[in-house]
Design a protein. Structure first.
Length: 112
């Protein structure tokens, strides 16, 4: 019995089984940098260099920090966090979060 548990733990740790499937109706987060954007989709590049496109809808909510924003605020190279929901086997962006651009109080100024 112990061998089965150890083997199961090792397979889980090694990522056996591939990607974890998304559950319909639950938001999943995608972190990346905007590689392309238009009224119908946003393409992000993740830290591992993979690019993925996600559909935008009229209901997609845009935020810059905690402030409301618009699709026009989404620029190439902007780091974003997408909230993705899958419904009827279709993924859509429900929320696109961008950094506020405000420097935290007391943060040192960046100089080159």
């Amino acid at each position: 019995m112990r061998k089965v548990i150890v083997a199961g733990a090792m397979l889980a740790a090694l990522g056996w089984g591939g990607r974890v499937a998304a559950h319909e109706g639950h938001a999943h987060k995608v972190f990346g940098t905007v590689a392309a954007v238009d009224a119908s989709h946003v393409e992000v590049e993740t830290k591992d260099g993979k690019k993925q496109s996600y559909p935008l809808t009229p209901q997609t909510k845009y935020l810059k920090g905690e402030a409301p924003a618009a699709l026009a605020d989404v620029k190439l190279g902007t780091r974003v966090v997408l909230s993705i929901v899958e419904k009827d086997k279709k993924k859509t962006v429900t929320e696109l979060l961008m950094p506020s651009g405000e420097k935290p109080e007391g943060a040192p100024e960046h100089k080159h």
